[in-house]
Design a protein around this ligand. Sequence first.
Ligand code: HEM
Length: 179
Amino acid sequence: MTEVEAVRTGIGILMAGHETSLSMISNVSFLLLAQRDLYEQLLADRNLLDPAIEEMLRIIPLRSTGSFPRRASEDVEIGGVLIRKGETVIFQRAAGDRDERVFEDPETIRFDRERNPHLGFGHGIHYCLGAALARAELKAAIGGLLDRFPGLRLAGSVDDVPWKPGLIARAPESLPVTW
Ligand code: HEM
C-alpha cells in the first residue's frame, strides 16, 4: 500500500465508521422510545438486547436513499432481469429487509425471530468492515441507557423530533428526552 492509499483507507474507515454508528445509536434510541413497549421489553429481559439490536438493524434503513451504485463487470441476470456489463445499478437494501419470503410478518418489530439474516451491514464482498465494532457500540450504548435511565422517555411527541439527512445515514438531529 502506498502512503496515499493508506491515508485514503484511514479516511474511508473513519467516515464509514463514525456517522453510521452515531446515527444508528440515535435511530435505535428513537425507535425504542417512540414505541416504548419495546424499551420496556428490554428492561424486563436484558437477554433480548442482542436480538433486539439485530432486529433494529433490519427494520431501520441506514440510508433514506438507495445504495451506493454498483457497475456490472460482466453480464449478470438477477431476478429475471439482465444487467449488462458496464451498466450501473442502485438497489434498495431496505426492501430486502422487509421481504416476506425471508421474514415472517416483516413490518412487525419482533425480538424473538429465530433467523434474522438482515442486510443491515450489507452482503458479500462489501460486507461492513466494522460490523463487529458497530454491534459492540450499539450494545454498550443501548445497554447503558437501560441501566442508567429505566424511566427514559421522549420529552415531546414523536412528530416533534427533527431529522437530518446526513451524508451517509439519516438520523434525529436532536432527541429531547426526560426520565
Ligand atoms: C451501525 C453501524 C453501521 C452500519 C449500519 C453499517 C452499514 C454498512 C453497510 C450496509 C455497508 C455495505 C455498503 C454497500 O454494500 O454498499 C457497510 C460497509 C462498510 N462499513 Fe459499515 N456500518 C456501520 C458501522 C461501521 C463501522 C463502525 C465501521 C468502521 C470502523 C464501518 C466501516 C465500513 C467500511 C470500511 C465499509 C466498506 C466495506 C467494503 O466496501 O468493502 N462501518 N457498512
